[in-house]
Ligand binder design. Structure first.
Ligand SMILES: [Zn+2]
Length: 343
């Protein structure tokens, strides 16, 4: 007997939905795509690697597999001279995610993002944005997805086009803005920006990328108090601060920019990721995730903190078995004293 899969809105009405992201950064670290353009050529060149990462996020407890079509739009494919591969890349990304999803109780998100084409008050640019979203989602519709995640958008105008195109295909829409600065690039307060999208029919609105847990939660709190519907928070796993609220502003130890290649020293650990998940849930945020930089260990810790089942929990830490730290430790008395003094 086949069981009807619950859709995104149904799941959100029943509890939290955990969404693992960060595919681009993780696959760049593994050596399968180039930092700079950050275009997911890996979908075509090494589909087995994308498949493996989907598996890892699924095992870690993600409720959503985001098809790797981020930056797989015409504008970005042009940058790397692969415009001709556009359709195949989009279709293949969804097929890979669906293959991993199989019979698992997990949703497939189609993914669109900022185009780098949009300009306020430029009708030709708006039409080009619409054309790019339309072609991507037409392929997604044919391949079959459960909802669309539109993200890292900084213009309300571009987000509205994304929403209109998503709705024209009849999909549920999550629209996430990226709050690098204090306002959208077309001058809207972020909460106001989200309200406009909700009014226009977005099913979930919120923020992803740029801000770490520390600086995204405040925005989430304001958003939650002003929006009736479902809201999303998907920060990056880095320690941003009031002074440097987005990871674009973080620095290396020598004062040079850490964005994007020197961010490692600012990583949050798995416990901080779990803590964020609980804080977001307690605010009433139901769509919770982690963006650029996230790894399966972060996602598993978040899943466990949210009370979800994760296959990878079979191997969750048990430090009581550790040689130096554990209860049956064989470490010498001296070693234990040194370790305890360091903690
Ligand atoms: Zn991101």
């Amino acid at each position: 007997m086949s069981i009807k899969k619950r859709g995104l809105i149904e799941r959100l009405s029943e509890g939290t939905v955990l969404c693992a992201e960060g595919y681009i950064f993780e696959l760049e670290r593994r050596g399968y795509l180039k930092a700079g353009a950050f275009v997911p050529e890996v979908v075509l060149e090494h589909p087995e690697v994308v498949e493996q990462l989907h598996k890892e996020f699924l095992r870690a407890g993600s409720d959503v597999l985001v098809a790797l079509t981020y930056y797989a739009h015409r504008q970005k494919l042009k940058v790397i001279g692969r415009e001709n591969d556009l359709e195949l890349l989009n279709r293949q990304a969804i097929r890979i995610a669906k293959r991993v999803a199989g019979k698992h109780d997990v949703l497939i998100a189609g993914n669109i993002c900022n185009t780098w084409v949009y300009e306020p008050n430029n009708a030709a640019a708006a039409e080009e944005v619409r054309r790019q979203y339309t072609e991507q989602l037409a392929w997604a519709k044919e391949e079959g997805i459960d909802f669309v995640l539109a993200e890292t958008i900084e213009y309300v105008g571009e987000a509205i086009i994304a929403l209109e195109v998503i709705k024209s295909f009849g999909f549920e829409a999550v629209i996430n803005f990226t709050p690098i600065y204090e306002q959208s690039k077309d001058g809207y307060d972020w909460i106001e920006a989200c309200k406009i999208l909700t009014t226009n029919g977005a099913d979930v609105v919120g923020f992803n990328c740029a801000r770490g847990p520390e600086t995204i939660l405040g925005l989430g709190k304001k958003l939650r108090s002003r929006i009736e519907g479902e809201v999303a928070l998907v920060p990056v796993p880095y320690r941003t601060t009031d002074e440097k609220p987005a990871f674009e502003f973080l620095e290396r130890l020598d004062g040079s920019s850490a964005y994007t290649l020197g961010l490692d020293q600012h990583f949050i650990d798995r416990d901080e990721a779990a803590q964020f998940a609980v804080q977001a849930k307690n605010l009433g945020v139901n769509f919770i995730g982690l963006c650029c930089g996230a790894g399966p260990h972060h996602i598993r810790a978040m899943a466990e903190a949210l009370g979800k089942n994760a296959a990878a929990s079979q191997y969750s830490p048990d430090m009581s078995q550790h040689g130096l730290l554990g209860i049956k430790s064989v470490a010498s008395k001296n070693e234990k004293i040194i370790l305890s003094q360091r903690q």
